[in-house]
Design a protein around this ligand. Sequence first.
Ligand SMILES: Cc1cc2nc3c(=O)[nH]c(=O)nc-3n(C[C@H](O)[C@H](O)[C@H](O)COP(=O)(O)OP(=O)(O)OC[C@H]3O[C@@H](n4cnc5c(N)ncnc54)[C@H](O)[C@@H]3O)c2cc1C
Ligand code: SF4
Ligand code: SF4
Length: 398
Amino acid sequence: MAEIIVDKNKCNGCGRCVKLCPFNQIKIVDDLAIIDAGCTMCGVCQESCPAGAILIKRERLTTEDTSNYRGVWVFIEQYQGRIKPISLELLSKAKELAQRLNQELAAVLVGDDVSHLIKELTSYEIHKIYLVENEVLKRYTTDAYTYTLISLVSQYKPNILLIGATNTGRDLAPRVAARLRVGLTADCTDLDITEEGYLLQTRPAFGGNIMAQILCKYTRPQMATVRPNVFKKSVPCSNSQSPEIIKIEAKLNPLSIRTKIIEVVKEVSEVTNLEEADIIVSAGRGLGSPDNLYLVRDLANILGAAVGGSRAIIDAGWLPHHQQVGQSGKTVAPELYIACGISGAIQHLVGMQTSKRIIAINKDPEAPIFKVATLGIVGDLFKVIPLLIEDLKKVKNK
Ligand SMILES: Cc1cc2nc3c(=O)[nH]c(=O)nc-3n(C[C@H](O)[C@H](O)[C@H](O)COP(=O)(O)OP(=O)(O)OC[C@H]3O[C@@H](n4cnc5c(N)ncnc54)[C@H](O)[C@@H]3O)c2cc1C
Ligand code: SF4
Ligand code: SF4
């Protein structure tokens, strides 16, 4: 429960809050700021008032209050009009959670000219789709998307809100949680419902040495981000009922959006997005030296693959951290994963063992990586990889 108060003795009517309220909910009457009923308690005015005249009082929710929050929501991340795979992964888990709670499953679709995606979402047994379209939402900006989400949450009060732990989600979710003053469990590896009906959020803690289980009992929505490739994608259902579409007008104050995207420049890099790559060639300490990385790069190039690595070589500085696969790196599930000189420690396996096919090259026949490999090559990678490259070139040139 929250309440917003303007201290008459402190407010001098300067109007700063009026300009900055993202939802245009403040007016000045007789040199005093008056807050309108559409206030979402986003807190922007409180932070920006130079006189400290605005106070938002928040109290812990009682069990009765929390029962007013219903539904499991998934933020649908889309880029250039295409739904990101993480959103479909979240939908499959969210459907399960919603069924356990006997609550509705809803998708939140935000952007500009994205209504064509409703057709695709319709096949995932969603009860409601909240659609917000506006040209200021064409490209992701922290402010515009944060204000849009908090306005939806304040109005429709979901019980659970799930967001992908992608670059966008990792920026958006903490902002939304902080503005709503609710908890957020980032980078979950599992989600469940407890007997009491709380969202049980599991994530690695203390550098991955323990799995922490987290509950948010006193705030709503219960918010979590989940890494890509942790859950299986939702499967389209041909006889899915049409969801209710709730179109919401984005009434955003342009002055409250502090960033403008002038240009999008694609980074020229050997790594596309590891989490979305179809083929990954990964390097381990078995390469002996960073000078030998050319072997995995050449193999990756010929296969059109992304390059990943074990933590051993990332820690040694051979590759940047965003290329690390595993528990403290990225979780991947490509069609093909080729592990070159990687032993297969459990922390590496948890990040790649759901790959569709795994080829392991290792000179030690006892290496644990062979336990998860579809195809194991026991041999010296300095001999095996050049032979593979040679053969692949022949196949390509045919
Ligand atoms: C909390 C925690 C989190 C962690 N998170 C991660 C993580 O996210 N990702 C991760 O990868 N690790 C992680 N680790 C580290 C993990 O435990 C291992 O230490 C690491 O994965 C080992 O990397 P590696 O397989 O490259 O090296 P090694 O274990 O040293 O294996 C090298 C392999 O190369 C083989 N080899 C050597 N020479 C050749 C050759 N010429 N030809 C073929 N094979 C050869 C060897 O037989 C050996 O199997 C974590 C550890 C902890 C404690
Ligand atoms: S910014 Fe503060 S002092 Fe200025 S009008 Fe708003 S509440 Fe009053
Ligand atoms: S919506 Fe936000 S900025 Fe506007 S009055 Fe409410 S708390 Fe203040």
